[in-house]
Design a protein around this ligand. Structure first.
Ligand SMILES: [Zn+2]
Length: 460
C-alpha cells in the first residue's frame, strides 16, 4: 500500500526512479523495508517525483544517504512541500531512534542488543533538497537526450502530478504514464484531476479501487451545524483530527469562507501543528495550483487561509494551554488517525467530556484511535490509560483526497483504446483484485498486478 517506488531502466542503462516513498505499515516491517532498497541507490540516474506525500517522497533522503547524486524532478509546489515534509520526517526518524536507544540502553550493554541509527537526519534532507529541479504543468521537459517528462495536475494535494515519460529507444517512441495518486473533481482549492495524454503503458494507483465515495453536497451546511451544536449549544470544544498537508488547508479554507460570509459563530479556531502551519504558508505561496473558484475568492479575500478568529500554534506551551482552557473553540490538529501528534493530547483531555465533539474527516485504519472511534468504540486506551468515550463523534467522509473507483476510472478512461498494458500498484491486494475485475469488465484488456520487487520487459 505504501512506499511507492518504480524503477525504469532503458536499454542503454539509464535508470529513472518514479517516486521513492516511505513504508508506513506495522513497525517491524517498516524498519526492514525502509532500510533496504531493492536496487543500488548510487546507480540511479534521476528521480521523477509525483507528489510530496511521505509514502511517495519519504525515502529520498535515504536514497541520497546511500549515494544517489542525480537530479530529482518534480513540480515547483512539490519541491516546496518536500522541504518541510522531509524535515518533519527526519525529525520523527531521529526521535524514534533516540527513544529506542534510550529504552534499550541496558539491554545494549548487557545483552548486546543493537542500537538503532535514524533512517536519515536533517543533514541528509539538506543534501536532498539541493538535488531538486522544479517544473510547471503541461509542458514537455527534457531530462535526458532520449527522455522527456510532462506533469499534469492530479488534483490530489498541492503540486501533485501524473507523470508522462516519452522515451526514444532504437528508433521507436514509447510513452509510459504514472498516475501518482489520483485526486477528486469538485474539491476546494485545487483544480480537478487533468486527464493524461494517451500512453502505451500505464502504472495506475489502486487506493479506492473497490469503493465509491458517498456524495455529500451539503458539506458546508453540515459542518456549520456541527460547529453550532458543539460550540454554541453545548459550549464544548470541536476537535478535528486532520493531516497537516491538504486536509487542514481545506478545512481552514471552508472556515475562512464561512467567516467572510458572516456565518461563522464568534468562537476561536486553532490550527495546532507546526507542520500544518508551515504547509499552509506553502499553500499560500503557490497560487499557480489554485482552481477557478479560489482565484475568484481571492478577489474578495486576499488570504484564504486566515481570518480574525484563527490562530496558528507552533509552540508546545501554547498547545498545552488549550488543554486547561474551558472556552468553546475549534481545534484542528494532526494526525488524522489520532495515533500520533498533538491531537492525541486533545483526545486524552476531551474524550470523556460529553460537551465536546470529535469530527473525523478522513480514512483511519481500524487499529488506530480514529478507526476505533469511527467504529463506535465505548472506550479507548490513550497514553496507557483507559478512557470512556463520552464525547460526540461525527464523521464526514467527503474530504477524501483520493478518487474513488468511478473517479479513477473516468480519469484513465481515455487510455482504453491504445494502451498495451495497465499495471495496478499502490493498494491493498484485495482492493487491487476488485479494481482489476472492474477494469476488465469495462474494456481494459491487459491488466497486471505486479508483486513487490518483480520486473517486466517493455518493448517499444
Ligand atoms: Zn498522496
Amino acid at each position: 500500500m505504501t512506499g511507492s517506488s518504480h524503477l525504469i531502466t532503458l536499454d542503454n542503462g539509464f535508470k529513472i526512479l518514479l517516486d521513492c516513498g516511505l513504508f508506513q505499515g506495522s513497525y517491524k516491517e517498516d524498519l526492514v523495508s525502509n532500510n533496504e532498497f531493492l536496487f543500488n541507490a548510487a546507480e540511479i540516474d534521476c528521480v521523477v517525483l509525483s507528489h510530496a506525500h511521505i509514502d511517495h517522497s519519504g525515502r529520498l533522503p535515504k536514497l541520497v544517504k546511500e549515494g544517489f547524486r542525480g537530479p530529482i524532478h518534480s513540480t515547483h509546489a512539490t519541491r516546496s512541500l518536500c522541504t518541510i515534509m522531509l524535515l518533519d520526517a527526519a525529525f520523527i526518524q531521529e526521535k524514534d531512534a533516540e527513544y529506542f536507544n534510550k529504552k534499550n540502553a541496558v539491554k545494549h550493554s548487557q545483552e548486546g542488543v543493537t542500537l538503532r541509527e535514524a533512517l536519515y537526519t536533517s543533514q541528509d534532507v539538506d543534501a536532498t533538497m539541493k538535488l531538486f529541479i522544479g517544473y510547471g504543468y503541461d509542458q514537455w521537459h527534457s531530462i535526458h537526450p532520449d527522455v522527456k517528462v510532462m506533469y499534469s495536475d492530479a488534483g490530489h494535494i498541492l503540486g501533485s502530478a501524473s507523470v508522462l515519460l516519452e522515451i526514444k529507444e532504437n528508433g521507436k517512441v514509447t510513452r509510459i504514464g504514472f498516475t501518482g495518486d489520483i485526486g477528486r473533481p469538485h474539491r476546494p482549492i485545487l483544480r480537478d484531476p487533468q486527464p493524461m495524454m494517451e500512453c502505451d503503458y500505464l502504472i495506475c494507483e489502486s487506493t479506492y479501487g473497490d469503493k465509491v465515495h458517498e456524495s455529500q453536497p451539503n458539506e458546508m451546511e453540515r459542518f456549520l451545524k456541527v460547529i453550532k451544536k458543539t460550540c454554541i449549544e453545548n459550549r464544548g470544544k470541536l476537535i478535528i483530527p486532520a493531516f497537516s498537508v491538504g486536509r487542514t488547508q481545506e478545512i481552514v479554507y471552508m472556515l475562512d469562507q464561512a467567516s467572510t460570509a458572516n456565518r461563522l459563530p464568534p468562537i476561536k479556531v486553532y490550527v495546532d501543528s507546526p507542520l500544518a502551519v508551515n504547509a499552509t504558508s506553502v499553500y499560500g505561496s503557490h497560487p499557480e495550483c489554485y482552481d477557478n473558484e479560489l482565484n475568484k475568492y481571492l478577489l474578495i479575500d486576499q488570504n484564504p487561509f486566515g481570518f480574525n478568529s484563527l490562530t496558528y500554534i507552533r509552540e508546545v506551551e501554547q498547545s498545552k494551554a488549550l488543554n486547561t482552557s474551558h472556552e468553546p473553540c475549534i481545534i484542528i490538529a494532526s494526525s488524522g488517525m489520532m495515533n500520533a501528534g498533538r491531537v492525541k493530547h486533545h483526545l486524552y483531555n476531551n474524550i470523556e467530556d460529553p460537551r465536546c465533539t470529535f469530527l473525523i474527516v478522513g480514512y483511519c485504519t481500524p487499529e488506530t484511535p480514529g478507526g476505533k472511534l469511527r467504529n463506535g468504540a465505548a472506550g479507548l486506551k490513550i497514553f496507557n490509560e483507559y478512557k470512556q468515550v463520552r464525547a460526540q463523534v461525527e464523521v464526514m467522509d467527503s474530504f477524501s483526497a483520493h478518487g474513488d473507483r468511478d473517479e479513477m476510472y473516468s480519469f484513465i478512461n481515455n487510455q482504453k483504446k491504445n494502451l498495451k498494458k495497465l499495471f495496478l500498484v499502490h493498494g491493498e491486494y484485495d482492493t487491487q483484485q476488485s479494481w482489476k475485475s472492474f477494469l476488465g469488465e469495462n474494456g481494459f484488456g491487459q491488466v497486471e498486478i505486479p508483486a513487490k520487487g518483480s520486473s517486466t520487459k517493455i518493448m517499444g
